[in-house]
Design a protein around this ligand. Structure first.
Ligand code: ADP
Ligand code: MG
Length: 348
């Protein structure tokens, strides 16, 4: 059994992974309601919550699987990127458990874990055949879209990661959250925008900017989109806002999706790398419009589209324990250093 611990932001999570069967179980506490009151994550509150929540999660886990402590072969913990105070609590707990249970401890790059998350279900379908099957998906191009990151990367045949494009300002999830805030919707805004857009909203009603696709393809940029919504709302008749909300949400959501998909397509088509699969991970990967657009993109390019399962998209410990196991299979044991690193980059 492998144990994973995640505490980089506002989710406290512990997961247990059995590589032989592929079984993954997760115990997670989200603070989303608490931070919702403030319109975003309050770092100090988040670390205090982790302090209270981890012992409860651990007690639940141990009451449900009392012999776990004898069976844990390795503990994996998120070492960054994330909020320093939050990371520290997960790492302190992981270190204590590793001393008490006398098992090795490894650190995991949270972004690398997101990058591998679309492969979890493939592993679970056939644990023994996984490494052979994985080769058919490489080189892989992945889009990692969350509240804090927007990254397009290559995962090559040696399982090395190279960033191909990233945001120069807001992340895609941040653009949705900030847009929702301007519209008076609660935090986190991404799911709110999706729900309202789905009430028959017309994605082409309002032409929000999708970023100039002829400009540098290695850059995503969403701050102009958010500003355009602000100007749009300044000139919009407030009495009409409620009835126009589905169209506004659908058009805004569509602008985010179009920028992601158009740039991804152009980068793939302009690259000489023979990509075999396309992946989508991170919290925004839950978005149905984006998933549909990615499925279509994969079909158009004639390559497989792989999606992280919903439970592996936001912050979670399953992807942490899976990434640690994945890296332990590599001959050079890449990426398993333990030092805390709040601003860790994907390739590290
Ligand atoms: P981070 O840890 O970087 O904040 P997460 O991976 O936890 O990111 O994802 C949270 C982000 O995902 C938020 O910005 C949220 O609005 C966005 N998100 C979650 N679900 C959806 C959805 N269905 N559609 C669009 N965005 C979503
Ligand atoms: Mg989060």
């Amino acid at each position: 059994m492998y144990l994973g611990i995640e505490s980089s932001c506002d989710e406290s999570a512990i997961a247990v992974f059995d590589p032989a069967s592929g079984r993954l179980e997760e115990w997670l506490h989200t603070q989303v309601q608490l931070h919702g009151k403030y319109g975003g994550v309050v770092p100090d509150l988040a670390s205090r919550e982790h302090m209270g929540n981890f012992p409860v999660l651990l007690e639940t886990l141990l009451s449900e699987s009392p012999d776990l402590k004898e069976g844990v072969q390795q503990i994996a913990v998120t070492r960054g990127p994330g909020l320093a105070g939050c990371l520290a609590i997960g790492i302190a707990m992981a270190k204590s458990l590793s001393v008490a249970w006398k098992c090795p401890l490894v650190g995991v790059n949270h972004l690398r874990a997101h990058a591998f998350s679309p492969f979890i279900s493939i592993y679970q379908n056939d644990p023994q055949g996984f490494l052979g099957r994985l080769k058919q998906f490489l080189p892989h191009v992945g889009l990692l879209v969350s509240g804090g990151n927007t990254l397009l990367f290559e995962l090559n045949a040696d399982l090395d990661i190279q960033v191909l494009a990233e945001t120069v300002d807001d992340a895609a999830g941040e653009a949705l959250d900030k847009g929702a805030k301007l519209l008076g919707l609660p935090y986190p805004g991404g799911p709110q925008i999706e729900t309202i857009a789905a009430k028959g909203g017309d994605p082409l009603k309002y032409p929000f900017p999708v970023g100039r696709p002829d400009k540098d393809l290695t850059r995503f940029s969403f701050s102009g989109l958010k500003t355009s919504l602000r100007y749009f709302l300044e000139n919009f008749d407030r009495n009409q806002l409620e009835s126009a909300l589905p169209d506004i949400c659908a058009s805004y959501e569509n602008a985010v999706v179009q920028q992601l998909v158009i740039r991804t397509r152009k980068l793939i088509q302009g690259s000489d790398i023979p990509f075999q699969s396309l992946g989508l991970s991170g919290g925004v990967a839950n978005n149905q419009r984006l998933r549909t657009a990615f499925t279509e993109l994969g079909q158009r390019l004639g390559i497989d589209s792989l999606f992280a399962l919903p439970q592996h998209t936001g912050d979670n410990a399953s992807m942490i324990v899976f990434a640690a196991y994945f890296d332990s299979l590599l001959p050079d044991k890449r990426g398993i250093r333990l030092d805390l690193e709040p601003s860790l980059r994907l390739e590290m």
